[in-house]
Design a protein around this ligand. Structure first.
Ligand SMILES: Nc1ncnc2c1ncn2[C@@H]1O[C@H](COP(=O)(O)OP(=O)(O)OP(=O)(O)O)[C@@H](O)[C@H]1O
Ligand SMILES: CC(=O)N[C@H]1[C@@H]2OC[C@@H](O2)[C@@H](O)[C@@H]1O[C@H](C)C(=O)O
Length: 394
């Protein structure tokens, strides 16, 4: 049975809400997935600030997170309407919405102070009410309840969408954070592996904003004009995160504002271009080091496919190619996909799996004790849920 599903993603870059309208036939590894339309609804600067502050342990509080949960729910509903209007698809054609939500905090390992936990907000009841559509949200919690890190979750969808019978592929996402999924040729879910590689655009973006007043370094132009401090990068690469073997995931807690504050405290007197170049090289070098430590010793990679907004930073792409000269490094566009749309598509696919009660986390990737069904289902208000689930194919 065919379903029209909207996938919503607001990632760690906090640049806006990505929305994909996807046609999905079937479920499981045989799902047929077609992207009908994709759009991004950028956050206004004030809302972006509010979200970033809510992630900052010094600025955040319970009231601000409570309020933001509902505010973002409304924004996610607006993003559904926006993508439908742009695509000329009536809202009542949508069978299901898969909403990742906005990660506010992620504590994958716990500490003396905090329990292992993760929080994605953007109230699903508000989305369901505004759109009169069933919503699947909170994808990460069940994996973490089963002992996993709750991330990364895209390996399942990447198996469906990108496996190649002849090539060992590494799919490198460069969003706020960098993460890789390794798909051995002719693979099945049993031999895929994945982990977060470290910072994506997060440090570069923070520096661009503070030193140049721009949310990112357009095409890497400032980084291209700067001089990299290789010693600084070598020191950063000695952080525990980079030597830890997967499973591993990370976020703003490690590479967010606190990281950039410390960098600027010691090096803020240097030219902005040099600082942005150093942060750009840090991302490239952390990806290369991750591959050298945890991928190349296991598998010869034939093709690295870069996705996420970082693929539009040509200085970063050049650095990556220099650091890994023996591998073919291309972009999502080179193989006929969209670099921007991939995560929104993933959460549409994952929502479809939820309503078909399929367990889709990959335990060897997240560290969970078993494979479990992800997500919370929110029915539309007053909806006849039997009819709705029937429509969804159960
Ligand atoms: N033309 C461009 N030049 C340089 N960088 C760009 C360009 N376009 C986008 N980016 C970068 O991509 C980022 C957004 O990437 P993306 O949408 O993949 O991240 P995300 O989904 O928020 O993150 P994550 O995957 O970590 O959740 C921007 O913040 C910016 O740093
Ligand atoms: C906690 C969280 O939101 N993690 C995100 C983030 O963004 C990239 C990387 O860090 C990855 O671990 C994950 O997202 C992708 C979509 C995933 O779960 O596969």
């Amino acid at each position: 049975m065919e379903k029209i599903v909207v996938g919503l993603m607001s990632g760690t870059s906090v640049d806006g809400i990505d929305a994909a309208i996807v046609k999905i036939k079937g479920y499981g590894m045989d799902s047929k997935v077609d992207l009908l339309h994709f759009s991004t609804m950028p956050f206004e600067e004030t809302l972006k600030r509010e979200i970033l502050d809510s992630m900052d342990i010094d600025l955040s509080n319970a009231a601000s997170i409570c309020s933001l949960n509902f505010k973002l729910g409304k924004k996610f509903a607006d993003a559904v309407r926006h993508v439908c209007t742009e695509a000329g698809v009536p809202l009542d054609v949508i069978d299901l919405i898969g909403s990742h939500g906005q990660t506010i905090y992620h504590i994958p390992n716990g500490s003396d102070l905090y329990t292992k936990s993760t929080l994605q907000i953007g109230e699903a009841a508000v989305i369901a009410h505004e759109t009169n559509t069933m919503v699947v949200s909170g994808f990460r919690a069940m994996d973490m309840a089963a002992g996993g890190e709750g991330a990364p979750l895209v390996p399942y969808t990447e198996c469906i969408l990108y496996n190649d019978p002849k090539k060992n592929r590494a799919l490198q996402n460069i969003g706020g954070i960098g993460n890789v999924t390794v798909l051995p040729k002719g693979m099945n879910l049993g031999n895929v592996f994945a982990f977060d590689t470290g910072p994506g655009n997060m440090v570069m973006d923070e520096l661009s904003l503070r030193l140049k007043g721009s949310p990112y370094d357009p095409n890497g132009q400032w980084a291209a004009a700067g001089i990299v401090d290789e010693e600084m990068v070598a020191e950063w690469l000695r952080m525990d995160f980079f030597s830890k073997a997967p499973p591993k995931s990370t976020g703003r807690e490690l590479f967010g504002k606190g990281f950039t504050d410390a960098f600027l405290r010691d090096h803020g007197h240097k030219p902005a271009e040099d600082l942005i170049a150093t942060a750009t090289y840090f991302t490239a070098a952390s990806i290369a080091k991750s591959y050298q430590s945890f991928i190349f010793p296991k598998l010869k990679i034939d093709q690295v496919i870069i996705g996420g907004g970082g693929s539009y930073n040509s200085t970063l792409m050049t650095m990556l190619r220099k650091l890994m000269p023996d591998v073919d490094i291309g972009t999502q566009e080179d193989i006929g996909f969209s670099s921007e749309a991939k995560e929104a598509i993933a959460f549409a696919v994952l929502a479809n799996e939820t309503i078909h009660q399929q367990a889709v986390n990959v335990p060897r990737v997240t560290g969970a004790s078993s494979s479990v069904i992800l997500g919370n289902i929110t029915l539309p208000p007053g909806g006849d849920h039997k009819k709705i689930l029937q429509k969804a194919g159960k």
